[in-house]
Design a protein around this ligand. Structure first.
Ligand SMILES: NC(=O)c1ccc[n+]([C@@H]2O[C@H](COP(=O)([O-])OP(=O)(O)OC[C@H]3O[C@@H](n4cnc5c(N)ncnc54)[C@H](OP(=O)(O)O)[C@@H]3O)[C@@H](O)[C@H]2O)c1
Length: 333
């Protein structure tokens, strides 16, 4: 089968389309005929070697973290899916392999595709949609009337985050450039702060919860506009030691490294009297089915910026890496 394979960490030249053996499903896995795969910043960050301190699978490895397709075969212990089912999934982090004509998915990570959704649109949902749901509902406990600040609302995660925060009943403020302002408003943002014209430094508003998709100076500014005692969850800055210990296999050395690396952020959080947490999103077929339900009810819209054919995946990744995508980028097999 054709697959997009990482052979060496670094620039785009380290990955290429190649013919590799198709994977075989284990007892609790399904084999999927991949029709489309979503792209995410983690794909190029992994290729660059930025994740090596955390995950270091032996190379070559097939890249890609989310897909939509049809079930071709099921393992002996699979109970929820049958051959022919249309599914979508965020693959297990230790497995990957979505940028390929066939991929194996743990049964617990897959969900039936929402009715009336095409494969390209469905493939855009799992990773970004689950990230937004887990951050806003599970980590931040966003509820009716809360004032939520989301940095970077125009991108892949931001599009889901704005809509999910609105669905949870929140008042949503997001940062975007004039290029993304119309999109974030159409998705339901109540207020938009132009990050190219002074950004958060000009706002007198104070927020009950913060979801950070940008990190760096944006996160720094977010601490300055939160009400005391509130919480910011970031998926773009650095893990603090508790999350590192919990989510990275209990490796104490890694937790110590992140203790040092996140020192400045934690000190800033303390000064602002704001709690800071990093989130590693996790695959979940059950939560993905919830998102599927929202899509079917018309409560969640999937924004696909561009779709590329699979043989132009390098171009698709370069486009995403440019950092200007509005919504999601997808390849179709
Ligand atoms: N920890 C996890 O589990 C996890 C999960 C998912 C994602 N992430 C991370 O979350 C981040 C966001 O992911 P994504 O998929 O949403 O990325 P993305 O789709 O590439 O985001 C692109 C968008 O960001 C906007 N943007 C760029 N700089 C900005 C700034 N300073 N302020 C506000 N908006 C800005 C751009 O708008 P303009 O073109 O208008 O500037 C563009 O629309 C990435 O770092 C990703 O790795 C982590």
């Amino acid at each position: 089968m054709r697959a997009y394979v990482l052979e060496r960490y670094g620039g785009p030249e380290g990955a290429r389309l190649a013919d590799v053996a198709a994977p075989e499903p284990g007892p609790r896995e399904i084999l999927v005929d991949v029709r489309a795969a979503g792209l995410n910043p983690v794909d190029f960050k992994f290729r660059q070697g930025m994740l090596r301190p955390i995950y270091r699978p032996p190379l070559p490895v097939v890249l890609g973290n989310e897909l939509a397709g049809a079930v071709m075969a099921v393992g002996s212990g699979v109970t929820r899916f049958e051959v022919g089912d249309r599914v979508f999934a965020r693959l297990g982090k230790e497995r990957g392999g979505a940028f390929a004509e066939r991929a194996c998915v743990a049964e617990e990570h897959a969900a039936p595709m929402p009715r009336d959704l095409d494969f390209a649109t469905a493939a855009a949902v799992p990773l970004a949609g689950l990230t937004a749901l887990q951050a806003l509902r599970d980590e931040l406990g966003v509820g009716p009337g809360r004032k939520v600040l989301i940095s970077g609302g125009a991108g892949g995660v931001g599009g889901f985050a704005i809509q999910i925060a609105k669905w949870l009943g929140a008042h949503v403020t997001t940062t975007a450039s004039p290029r993304g302002a119309a999109l974030v408003r159409a998705l339901g943002a109540d207020a938009v702060i132009d990050y190219t014209a002074g950004g958060l430094s000009h706002t007198t508003e104070r927020f009950d919860a913060g979801f950070d998709l940008i990190g760096g100076t944006t996160l720094d500014e977010m601490f300055g506009v939160m009400k005391p005692g509130t919480k910011i969850v970031s998926v773009a800055a650095l893990p603090e030691p508790q999350t590192a210990l919990r989510d990275l296999g209990g490796r104490r050395l890694l937790a110590a490294l992140f203790w040092m690396a996140s020192f400045g952020i934690r000190a800033r959080a303390r000064r602002a009297n704001v709690r800071y947490r990093y989130l590693f999103m996790h695959p979940s077929g059950a939560e993905l089915a919830e998102l599927g339900g929202l899509i079917e009810q018309g409560k969640l819209r999937v924004v696909v910026d561009r779709t590329f054919p699979f043989d132009r995946i390098a171009e698709a990744l370069a486009y995403l890496e440019g950092g200007r995508a509005k919504g999601k980028v997808v390849v179709t097999m």
